[in-house]
Design a protein around this ligand. Structure first.
Ligand SMILES: Nc1ncnc2c1ncn2[C@@H]1O[C@H](COP(=O)(O)OP(=O)(O)OP(=O)(O)O)[C@@H](O)[C@H]1O
Ligand SMILES: [Mg+2]
Length: 480
């Protein structure tokens, strides 16, 4: 088991990542009663509890004030130039010494635990990203979402919850944002109110500051996971079944062109990364992303990251530039992290002209919707082509659409695998081979469902067999 999926000790997340039954039907594991549900009406709290909560709040406020004061003193006393060279232990010792001295001077007595917390927070403030630091370290957190200084949400197991962590005020939040963006040579201010960046640990970061962000700065962080989820993990977590895994292995190995489609945070990149594990080690794979997230295990991988223009509006390198260049770099396969614009043209052409086995993701809610998105992207790229020609280009380029989805209970599942089989008149014909069937909902909100075959035999069965992937006919048989 991966520790990052261990259940948080507190909090209402309902453990979507708990191991699911891998055999069909994939029964949704029962969650603890009450998990993931918030009481709708606040129950009357006993007086003792109210007093305790009040005391805890006062304690936090006091610590917050002290931290502010100590932080000021630290900035006055610490040799900022020497910080870069100092080891973590040395710096921590230095901070502890300065804060102990200051506390004594202020005649403040703190418990040992409070002192440890305070010193850690001061360290995070000086060296790291302040209040965000514990969340970045928390392995169970997938996303961190900041809506102004007083509201920080986290996503665990597909569920969003409000934390009790806050920034002191908007200025504090802006200072941390500035720290992040200046580390990548960017700046945010009124004239450049938003920015994408990558944190030192690889996490994807986006921010938007006032006045465009109306109620205070907005920050979104997608945490970078060193240990990516592989196919066996996804099967274990109930994202799809072993049979679907076998089918996908055949599809990737037989060089079908695959699109992973899904909504935001539905697990597209994770699925793409896991699918890439089926690529043979002898192949040369080039990856193109806006923010490098993919971690391929192959030996021969070339990674590219697009780049926005600098402050003078110069030096932009788009995904399309990378893709065009990649075609001159003798790739066996090209993987584009997310196709969202004009690069769609080059992607479709690459898929049609000898770089089969290429893969990408798109933002769409179903396979059919995904096709429309591709059509729209082609139109918006300014290519004047009759719709039928666009469609036939898409139909011959794309073989498979894998639909990822985050269900209401927070679980992420591959809800459909659809093959593109050609054109019928003006319409692209498709057939769904596997789907997730919802059967009901448990009282605690957990969705009950199962994966099922649709009964359609794969359009690519012959190809699979010719390439040595003789899938048993039974995997296409539906259960009733
Ligand atoms: N099947 C799964 N079970 C549990 N967690 C998952 C699963 N799939 C993805 N995750 C986690 O969900 C988070 C979002 O996944 P991912 O980055 O793949 O989504 P995405 O669709 O690419 O999002 P975006 O639209 O923001 O690019 C990640 O932290 C990932 O580890
Ligand atoms: Mg993604």
């Amino acid at each position: 088991m991966f520790s990052r999926f261990k259940k948080p000790e507190a909090g209402p997340s309902s453990g979507s990542a708990a191991p699911a039954n891998t055999a069909r039907p994939a029964a949704v594991p029962a969650a603890k009663p009450g998990a993931g549900v918030r009481p709708t009406a606040a129950p009357v709290r006993p007086a003792a509890e109210v007093v305790a909560a009040d005391k805890e709040k006062k304690r936090k406020d006091r610590l917050g004030e002290l931290k502010q004061e100590l932080h000021k003193r630290l900035l006055d006393n610490l040799n900022l130039a020497a910080i870069e060279q100092a080891s973590e232990a040395n710096l921590k010792a230095e901070i502890a010494a300065i804060s102990a001295e200051a506390l004594e001077e202020m005649a403040v007595v703190l418990s040992k635990d409070d002192r440890v917390t305070l010193n850690q927070e001061l360290y995070d403030e000086v060296m790291g990203l302040g209040p965000l630091e514990p969340l970045l370290k928390d392995e169970s957190v997938n996303d961190i979402l900041v809506n102004g200084p007083n509201r920080i949400f986290v996503e665990r197991n597909g569920k969003l919850t409000l934390t009790d962590i806050t920034f002191k005020d908007e200025r504090h939040l802006l200072r941390i944002i500035d720290k992040i963006v200046s580390a990548v040579g960017r700046r945010v201010d009124e004239s450049n109110p938003y920015c994408d960046a990558r944190l030192a640990d690889g996490s994807r970061f986006n921010c938007m500051v006032p006045p465009v962000a109306v109620d205070g700065s907005l920050v979104s962080i997608r945490k970078f996971k060193k240990e990516k989820l592989g196919i066996p993990d996804l099967v274990r977590f109930g994202a799809f079944t072993e049979e679907m895994g076998l089918y996908l292995q055949a599809a990737v190995s037989c060089r079908l062109n695959i699109i992973v489609s899904g909504g935001t945070g539905s697990g597209k990149t994770t699925t793409l990364n896991a699918l890439s594990s089926f690529i043979d080690n002898t192949e040369r794979v080039l990856t193109i992303e806006d923010t490098a997230e993919l971690q391929l295990q192959q030996v021969h991988v070339g990674r590219m990251e697009s780049r926005p223009a600098n402050v003078e509006g110069k030096g932009a390198v788009t995904q399309r530039d990378c893709l065009r260049n990649a075609l001159r770099m003798r790739p066996d396969r090209i993987i584009v992290g997310e196709t969202r614009g004009e690069e769609v043209i080059d992607m479709l052409q690459a898929m049609n002209t000898g770089h089969d086995g290429s893969m990408t993701t798109i933002h769409a809610n179903s396979a059919r919707d995904g096709i429309s998105r591709l059509e729209n992207m082609v139109a918006m790229a300014g290519i004047e082509m009759p719709l039928k020609a666009v469609r036939s280009q898409i139909a011959s380029a794309v073989n498979l659409i894998v639909q990822a989805s985050r269900l209401q209970d927070g679980s992420r599942r591959m809800v459909s695998i659809t093959e593109i089989t050609g054109m019928e008149g003006e319409v692209i014909s498709m057939q769904e081979v596997f789907r997730y069937e919802r059967l009901g909902v448990e009282p605690n909100g957990k969705i009950i469902g199962r994966f099922n075959a649709t009964g359609v035999r794969s359009h690519y069965s012959d190809r699979f067999r010719q390439w040595g992937y003789d899938l048993p006919a039974s995997i296409y048989e539906p259960i009733n």
